[in-house]
Write a protein that binds this ligand. Structure first.
Ligand code: G1P
Length: 294
């Protein structure tokens, strides 16, 4: 088991792609079938041994805190009814992890959000999990990334190859030698146009960072969109390993589900629903009949 125990989950985005649903509800609370997206992410962190979690939140995020807290009235009601199953489901989110919260204040970008974690993180390496990306719960991606970060004293970014027309949505790396799943990272560029992208290896939302990243973030200039970009800090680190250790890519060959926009969110729900023990068979039967009508 890794010595790294801390996870940082940025959850301060405004969720404008999902308005009006996100007018009063944090986008991280949107359900993927019957569980808020953020709970899948916290479960992933905990499964990798990261039980100290910091969420970087913003306005309108009370529902997030409530979700991971006790719901005494509801628990009492379910207890009286003898509904142990639902009681268990409610309890799952409560006891999951030791969750701390800090507010980002101004929404100045992912790099700025991560800099708010410095007091919580201290001098330890830590993981960052972005809530828009769900990783197949059966995969051990984060565990493997933690192992690489520890043995190499490096920061590690999870990578997947994307279609050329999609490179402008991601941080893209300039890769060096590949050894198994591990790839050298020479440079990172945030959201390049297809003709300027150094490859099609995209950073998906999982990182393990060395604490030296905070010093780099402090000296960072605003980047794409006028925001402080984590990708730019990692680029500095990749080019000057003396700053905070090297940056290494971990090529993920499993399944990633994107819940960041409406179409991919719908696809995620359909795919995961077909695999559910309780719903999958009925849902798949219906889906086959339904798609024949399309
Ligand atoms: C962020 C990062 C980007 C990364 C992406 C992964 O972008 O800035 O480098 O590739 O997450 O999902 P966002 O999706 O927040 O625009």
């Amino acid at each position: 088991m890794s010595k790294i125990t801390k996870a940082v989950i940025p959850a301060a985005g405004l969720g404008t792609r999902f308005l009006p649903a996100t007018k009063a509800l944090p986008k991280e609370m949107l359900p993927v079938i019957d569980k808020p997206a953020i709970q899948y992410v916290v479960e992933e962190a905990v499964n990798a041994g990261l039980s100290h979690v910091l969420m970087i939140t913003g306005r309108n995020k009370n529902a997030l805190e409530n979700h991971f807290d006790r719901a005494v009235e509801l628990e009492n009601l379910l207890q009286e009814k003898g509904d142990q199953h639902r009681l268990g489901v409610v309890d799952e989110a409560t006891g999951l992890a030791d969750i701390h919260y800090v507010r980002q204040g101004d929404p100045l970008g992912l790099g700025h959000a991560i800099s708010k974690a410095e007091t919580f993180v201290g001098k330890d390496a830590f993981a960052v999990l972005l809530g828009d990306d769900l990783i197949d719960p059966d995969s051990d991606l984060l565990t493997q990334m933690l192992r690489v970060a520890e043995t190499e004293n490096a920061s590690v970014v999870a990578l997947m190859e994307v279609a050329p027309e999609d490179v402008s949505k991601y941080g893209i790396v300039n890769p060096g030698a590949l050894n198994g799943n591990v790839i050298e990272v020479k440079e990172l560029v945030e959201k390049p146009s297809a003709d300027l992208a150094p490859s099609n290896f995209a950073v998906i939302g999982r990182y393990v960072l060395q604490p030296g990243v905070f010093e780099v973030l402090r000296n960072l200039q605003p980047g794409v969109g006028g925001e402080f970009q984590l990708t730019d800090a990692l680029n500095e680190m990749a080019k000057n390993p003396g700053l905070a250790g090297p940056v290494i890519g971990f090529v993920f060959d499993g399944r990633r589900f994107d819940t960041g926009d409406r179409l991919s969110y719908l696809k995620t729900i359909v795919e995961l629903a077909t695999e559910r023990g309780d719903l999958g068979a009925d849902f798949s039967t219906w889906l086959k009949i339904f798609t024949e009508k399309l």
